[in-house]
Design a protein around this ligand. Structure first.
Ligand code: ADP
Ligand code: MG
Length: 398
């Protein structure tokens, strides 16, 4: 069902509550990756240019006791937001109370206010994270309409998304949430074919539901990364010291049977004697992995095979690196597949969902070569699993 967006409501003169996901990584108190702030700008700018009063808020990190407050304040984010918007952002270091209410009620059209980390409310009984009904109702009372643009939080049922939505008349999606719904949700519903899914990462157990769901809709599911070895072992091969989830062997066989030829694993790998960036690398057939070596990456024939599927694909969803890309020597499979995807961007839809896969292509300097890189780690994983996300469900249907 299509969701209402900020384009569908009148924001002029209104107090517009905007839930963003500004849960950015901080290093020594500085923002080390501002992508999530940049991605939220279109919605905030739209509200401002249409005469709305923007009340922006987010969670940041985890807040378990008083001492977490100083290192998880959104003040530094408010400062950066102000620079990016090129206008003043009024920062209120509270999550409730008179000072906040007064600042909101004196806000003028076209002005921006940001309040403190919603998870400061977790100190008194996880009110934010457990969607305490009183808290959602209170925050809803501060505004006239609610724009949810926090895709990275969409898999959570929190006071600052679902709680507000249940206590306010209009809840609409911001442009980032809309983009994620269109690209991930839209692709799963109605992909242009051939539709290829590429799955990697460390563990089968993390990706079972994603594999199952993508097997339903994709034409081929290419599997690499650490989880491939459980599939090799399930087929009777010896995998040396490669990653193995012994309790998932039956499941791997079930998935292979269910896949009916859709799963593609390749037939060669790159191995090493130690999980070490300096460890010497060897190209091995999957049937010849020595007992004292471990699989670190997909091999050259497998890369070529994956590339041949990619070359003719019209839609590709990629979740999970194909090798230990953090070690340059074992990044070749991940890099080659990323490169092949950038080459089809002109005539295909290419989507990356997954924190580490996104980090890999950013590290390779290829981020511009994809149709869409999801801003959600956990949220995109659950979305790919086919789950309904509370942060999307709570938005009004069109
Ligand atoms: P994403 O965040 O994109 O969903 P995951 O978190 O599932 O990806 O997996 C990422 C991790 O998988 C990376 O840290 C990478 O080093 C690891 N990995 C990939 N291939 C292997 C392998 N062959 N052996 C061990 N770890 C691997
Ligand atoms: Mg990860």
């Amino acid at each position: 069902m299509a969701k209402k967006t900020v384009r569908d409501i009148d924001v002029k003169g209104k107090k517009v509550l905007i839930r963003v996901d500004f849960n950015v990584p901080l290093k020594d108190g500085q923002i080390s990756d501002e992508n999530r702030i940049v991605q939220a700008l279109p919605t905030i700018e739209y509200v401002l240019s249409h005469g709305g009063r923007a009340i922006v808020f987010s969670h940041l990190g985890r807040v378990k006791d008083e001492s977490d407050k100083a290192s998880n304040s959104l003040r530094v984010v408010a400062t950066r937001l102000s620079e990016l918007l090129n206008q003043n952002v009024i920062f209120v270091p509270e999550t409730r109370g008179q000072a906040l209410e007064q600042a909101i009620n004196t806000l003028k059209d076209g002005e921006v206010l940001m309040f403190e980390n919603t998870r400061f409310e977790d100190l008194n009984g996880k009110k934010e994270s457990k969607n305490d009904p009183e808290l959602g109702k209170y925050w809803a009372s501060l505004g006239d309409v609610f724009v949810n643009d926090a895709f990275g939080t969409a898999h959570r049922d929190a006071a600052s998304n679902v709680g507000i939505a249940s206590n306010i008349k209009d809840t609409v999606a911001g442009f980032l949430l809309e983009k994620e719904i269109n690209f991930i949700g839209g692709t799963l519903e109605n992909p242009e074919r051939p539709f290829i899914a590429i799955l990697g990462g460390a563990k089968v157990s993390d990706k079972i539901e994603v594999i199952k769901n993508l097997l339903k809709v994709a034409d081929k599911v290419l599997i690499g990364g650490g989880m491939a070895y459980t599939f090799f072992k399930a087929q009777g091969m010896e995998i040396g010291n490669s990653l193995l989830e012994a309790d998932k062997l039956d499941l791997a066989n079930e998935l292979l049977a269910l896949a009916n030829g859709k799963i593609v694993l390749g037939d060669d790998v790159i191995t090493a004697k130690a999980f070490d960036p300096e460890s010497e690398k060897h190209v091995r057939n999957v049937t010849d992995i020595p007992a004292d070596e471990m699989g670190m990456d997909i091999g050259p024939r497998t890369i070529a095979l994956f590339e041949s599927y990619i070359a003719t694909a019209k839609t590709v969803v990629w979740n999970g690196p194909l090798g230990v890309f953090e070690f340059p020597r074992f990044a070749e499979g991940t890099r080659s597949v990323a490169q092949a995807l950038t080459e089809i961007k002109d005539h295909a839809t290419t989507i990356i969902g997954g924190g580490d896969s996104a980090a890999a292509v950013i590290q390779f300097g290829m981020a511009d070569g994809f149709t869409h890189i999801s801003t959600g780690g956990g949220a995109s994983l659950e979305y790919l699993e086919g789950k309904l996300l509370p942060g999307i469900e709570c938005v009004d249907d069109k």
